[in-house]
Design a protein around this ligand. Structure first.
Ligand code: PBG
Length: 319
C-alpha cells in the first residue's frame, strides 16, 4: 500500500478529496441594533459588527454580491425587561431588520433566531419564576416572537431557547396563523457551552444570575442529544442543529447517521474568536485553521454550517 501516491500533487489530491465546502451551505450570523449609522465592531469577535438597519443594508448588499444568501439575524434591543417584550412587541428590532432586507433583497434567505435571552433583563432564555425558567410559561412568548418574525417575512425560524415542547408549540402557532411554509430549524442539541462567551458579549446576554444548565445540555452527554433530536423531529422540525460544532463532531456524526433530515451545525463565537486570537498572536495560521474547521464540520456530517467565517470563505480568503 502506498497511500502517498494519491497525495503527489494538488491535481490528484483535489480529484480524490472527499469533502468540499460550498458557500451555499453556509449561514452568516448578523447582529442588529436600534439607531442609525451604527457599525460597531464587537471587541471579542474581530470583523463582526453590531449594525443599525441602514448599515446592515450595506452589509447585506456585500454578502449578496459575494453569493452568500443565508443570514441569521440576532437582535440587540435598547430596552430589556423581565418578559423580553422587545423580542415580540410591535416594531421589534428583528422584525424591522427582516422587513428591510426582504424589501430590497427578496431572495436573500432570512433566518430569525428565536430566544429571549437577548431581550430579558435577567439574561435567561425564558419566563423566570422563583429563580427558575418556567418552561410552559415561556412557550407562548416564544410563539409570539416566532409569529412576529414570520409576519415580517422570515423564511426560517430557529428557536435556540431549549425549552421542552417548543417545536410543536411554535409549529402549531405558525400553522394556525397561516405560515405553513415557514421552515423550522431547531437548535436541538444545544450544549451549555463556554464557547458562547464572545456572543454573550456581543449581545450583552449573559445570565445575570446562575447559568443555563437547567435548560441547555450537559457537554458530557451524547445519547441525550439523540433523544432531543428525535423529539424535535417528531414535533415537526424541518432541520435539526448541533451546537457548538467543533467540540461536538461526534454528535454531528450521530445526528447524521440516525436521522433523515438536514443537519445543521453552529460553529459558534468562541470557536471563531479562538482562531482569530491565536492567529493574531502568530501562533497558528487562522485562515488555514478556519478552513480546516469548516471541512471537519462538514466531514462529520453537517449539511449546513452557521459560521462567522462565511464571509471570508465567500471572498475566497480561506484556503
Ligand atoms: C441565544 C443564542 C446564543 C447563541 C445563539 N443563540 C447564546 C446562548 O445560548 O447563550 C450563541 C451563538 C454563538 O456563540 O455564536 N440563546
Amino acid at each position: 500500500m502506498r497511500g502517498r501516491r494519491l497525495r503527489t500533487n494538488e491535481v490528484i489530491r483535489s480529484m480524490v478529496r472527499e469533502t468540499v465546502v460550498n458557500k451555499n451551505e453556509l449561514i452568516y450570523p448578523l447582529f442588529v441594533v436600534e439607531g442609525e449609522g451604527i457599525k460597531e465592531e464587537i471587541s471579542s469577535m474581530p470583523d463582526n459588527y453590531r449594525f443599525s438597519i441602514d448599515m446592515l443594508m450595506e452589509e447585506i448588499k456585500e454578502l449578496y454580491e459575494l453569493g452568500l444568501k443565508g443570514v441569521l439575524i440576532f437582535g440587540i434591543p435598547d430596552h430589556k425587561d423581565e418578559l423580553g417584550t422587545s423580542a415580540y412587541c410591535e416594531g421589534n428590532i428583528v422584525s424591522k431588520a427582516i422587513m428591510a432586507i426582504k424589501k430590497e433583497y427578496p431572495d436573500m434567505y432570512v433566518i430569525a433566531d428565536v430566544c429571549l435571552c437577548e431581550y430579558t433583563n435577567h439574561g435567561h432564555c425564558g419566563f423566570i419564576e422563583d429563580g427558575y425558567v418556567n418552561n410552559d410559561k415561556t412557550l407562548p412568548l416564544l410563539a409570539k416572537t416566532a409569529i412576529s418574525y414570520a409576519k415580517a417575512g422570515a423564511d426560517m425560524i430557529a428557536p435556540s431557547d431549549m425549552m421542552d415542547g417548543r417545536i410543536k408549540y411554535i409549529r402549531k402557532a405558525l400553522d394556525d396563523n397561516g405560515f405553513v411554509n415557514t421552515v423550522l430549524m431547531s437548535y436541538s442539541a444545544k450544549y451549555c457551552s463556554s464557547f458562547y462567551g464572545p456572543f454573550r458579549d456581543a449581545a450583552d446576554s449573559a445570565p445575570k444570575f446562575g447559568d443555563r444548565k437547567t435548560y441547555q445540555m450537559d457537554p458530557a452527554n451524547s445519547r441525550e442529544a439523540l433523544k432531543e433530536i428525535m423529539a424535535d423531529i417528531e414535533e415537526g422540525a424541518d432541520i435539526i442543529m448541533v451546537k457548538p460544532a467543533l467540540p461536538y463532531l461526534d454528535i454531528i456524526k450521530s445526528a447524521k447517521d440516525n436521522t433523515n433530515i438536514p443537519v445543521c451545525a453552529y460553529n459558534v463565537s468562541g470557536e471563531y474568536s479562538m482562531i482569530k486570537a491565536a492567529d493574531k498572536m502568530g501562533w497558528i495560521d487562522g485562515k488555514k485553521a478556519a478552513m480546516e474547521s469548516l471541512v471537519s464540520i462538514k466531514r462529520a456530517g453537517a449539511d449546513i454550517i452557521i459560521t462567522y467565517f462565511a464571509k471570508e470563505f465567500a471572498k475566497g480568503e480561506l484556503y
